[in-house]
Design a protein around this ligand. Sequence first.
Ligand code: NCD
Length: 311
Amino acid sequence: MIDLRGRHLISPSDLDLREISSIMSLAQSMQQNLSSYASLCRGKILATLFYEPSTRTKLSFESAMLRMGGNILGFSDASTSAVSKGESIADTIRVLDSYADIVVMRHPKEGAPKLAAQYSRVPLINGGDGGHQHPTQTLTDLLTIHMYLGRTSHLKVAFCGDLKYGRTVHSLIETLARYPGATFYLISPEELRLPPRLKEHLEQHSDCALIECRRMEEALPAVDILYMTRIQKERFFNEADYLRLKNSYVLDSDKLAQAKAKMLVMHPLPRVNEIAYEIDSDPRAVYFKQAELGVYARMSLMAHLLGVDGL
Ligand code: NCD
């Protein structure tokens, strides 16, 4: 196991590929032999600071810590914390790191976890900041891809939906681009295209190919992975725009019939309308398994950042 003790995780680029691979291999071993890690974090406390709603991220972090024998505390509604009295993030973190050994923070403002990390004496993990980054979803996604396809390089991946505000997309695409031979199909309405700065970054710093499409059919027959995302109502300023765009892309059996027999359908969840329920029983639909693997990815990450003994 590579030593990541005391480190923060704000963006996936905080980890090099060797470090990611160390997290993946421990996560796989945790999945195969869960009970042998049941006391790994005994005496450790995870604080979950969720300033924005979450089901999977928060609960999978909590489950991950509990499955390693540790404890959890935190809030999921900032209105019940001193934040509602006007407390700054810096002050919250300064105190909290004496109550916990590791912290995960989700915040609607981009950059909030980065700021918090500057004040934190314990490892701080970004659990999603606005429309920016979501590094632990990326670890979850990589683990899923690795387990089903056996590789993370030379992949053709279609990202579909809200590529502008979708932080899961930003983090995953940036990370997959660091492996050789990636081709990305970017399927979105005009208004929700991948941010130009991210596109430029990919073009300058990786060998990936980027193909922009308007229709799913243009990419479906070619790809190894279809990564669907929700059109994110909460990031729109204007309800009318959301209503106009919300059903832009819906994956149903007719569309899936055009895909490879071994393609993976992934989704960070929650889904709204973008994947028809009829797809759930197709062997290519791995989004619920993906959510399950998120627990192992987060167990392994926390074990690494805490530098716990016994590995
Ligand atoms: C995603 C998120 O919060 O960014 N969900 C998640 O973490 N599993 C995607 C979303 O909310 O659409």
